[in-house]
Design a protein around this ligand. Structure first.
Ligand SMILES: *[C@@H]1O[C@H](CO)[C@@H](O)[C@H](O)[C@H]1NC(C)=O
Ligand SMILES: *[C@@H]1O[C@H](CO)[C@@H](O)[C@H](O)[C@H]1NC(C)=O
Ligand SMILES: *[C@@H]1O[C@H](CO)[C@@H](O)[C@H](O)[C@H]1NC(C)=O
Length: 356
């Protein structure tokens, strides 16, 4: 009798330890955004819905002049956010950059945009800026789960089950109505740092649950773009740069399917010249941009934003220099030529230290 109880206790202990361990593993490795655990600072805590839901902030049928002076609750947006939108409008008018800034609002783009009907928010997902956390916030706000902690990891990206539909799942008229009247935002970061981050997460860390990057995509890139044929190491950043800078890489992109979302331009992902976004956040200034977005979207009384550890989002020139070391000027120039639209649209400085 006595050792039966002991056995039972031991079983519970094993199960408990397993649960703790699996929770840890989930947090550490299962982030499809590629944001490693130590960057998981965007843990938003939802607060109880006190008071009124901000339904009065805008009427759905009245097209809001997106990103203009009156936004949210009639407050002036800080100048920097207005300047970002003004810059996008100006760059979109520049015919020389037309091919690099304009994109059709295709199913590919509509698939990137997530819909929170309850609070009239559209969120265009861009990789490598902690977007999983934003999605969790919107899932909770949509009401499918009561809090962020209660969303199972495997549901975050399952848009059949998580109550966070893609804009592409609506009819044409419903899509247009939402694009005209909803609060719309997305987040960008320095285009080259973003590519380094994508390379590290998809090809260096090689998460076990996404084996196709290393087993299918990397060999495809190496086959076509490796310069030194005697080099036998796995994919190098140089191979990736040469692939991205090739104006004729389209046939390869088609083979890679939607995985290219991790390295196609922001312009191609979110169509900023075609869709009048309300706010464009920058990863480098997320400390102020995130609360600003919550405020402008009228959800700051429903979710709070935790402190972001200092320095974690800052642009790191040393890192960029290190990654591009040994890569030819010609290849870097071709890469810049391809991403020039993103640099100009979002006000990122041309990396002359790599190009001249
Ligand atoms: C833009 O693309 C079109 C068609 O692909 C091409 O004919 C045109 O020369 C390009 N314009 C610029 C400025 O690159
Ligand atoms: C090519 O790669 C091999 C193996 O890493 C290396 O020994 C050789 O120096 C490389 N050649 C050039 C021209 O970089
Ligand atoms: C910048 O990147 C370099 C190289 O990866 C790293 O050693 C350094 O700690 C980083 N600096 C900061 C401020 O994070």
């Amino acid at each position: 009798m006595h050792h039966q109880w002991l056995l039972l206790a031991a079983c519970f202990w094993v199960i408990f330890m397993f649960m703790v361990a699996s929770k840890f593993i989930t947090l550490t490795f299962r982030d499809p955004d590629g944001y490693s655990a130590k960057h998981e600072f965007l843990v938003l805590t939802t607060m109880p819905e006190v008071g009124k839901v901000p339904e009065e902030k805008r009427s759905p049928e009245e097209p809001k002049p997106t990103g203009h002076v009156l936004a949210g609750r009639g407050l002036l947006q800080p100048l920097v956010y207005l300047e970002r939108l003004e810059l996008v409008r100006n760059v979109c008018r520049d015919d020389a950059l037309r091919n690099l800034s304009h994109t059709a609002v295709s199913t590919f783009v509509l698939n990137r945009i997530f819909v929170c009907d309850k609070h009239k928010i559209l969120f265009c997902q861009t990789p490598k800026v902690g977007n999983t956390q934003w999605k969790k916030v919107l899932i909770v706000l949509n009401g499918a789960f009561p809090s962020i902690d209660e969303i199972p990891e495997n549901v975050v990206h399952d848009h059949e089950k998580n109550g966070l539909p893609r804009l592409s799942s609506f009819s044409e008229a419903e899509i247009q109505r939402r694009l005209k009247t909803y609060f719309k935002f997305f987040i960008v970061r320095d285009p080259f740092e973003r590519l380094i981050s994508a390379f590290k997460d998809k090809f260096v860390h090689n998460p076990r649950f996404e084996p196709w990057y290393r087993h299918e995509i990397a060999p495809g890139i190496i086959r076509k773009y490796r310069r030194n044929r005697t080099e036998t190491r796995g994919i190098q950043f140089e191979d990736f740069v040469r692939y991205l800078g090739d104006p004729n890489r389209r046939w390869l992109d088609l083979q890679f399917g939607d995985h290219i979302i991790h390295w196609v331009t922001y312009a191609e992902l979110c169509a900023p010249c075609e869709i009048a976004y309300s706010v464009i956040g920058h990863h480098e200034t997320l400390e102020s941009d995130a609360p600003h977005i919550l405020r402008e979207a009228g959800i700051d009384h429903l979710v709070s934003y935790p402190t972001i550890p200092p320095g974690i989002t800052a642009y790191n020139k040393t890192k960029v220099e290190r990654y591009f070391l040994g890569i030819s000027r010609r290849d870097i120039r071709r890469l810049y030529a391809r991403f020039q639209g993103d640099f100009k649209l979002f006000g990122y400085q041309k990396p002359d230290f790599l190009l001249s």
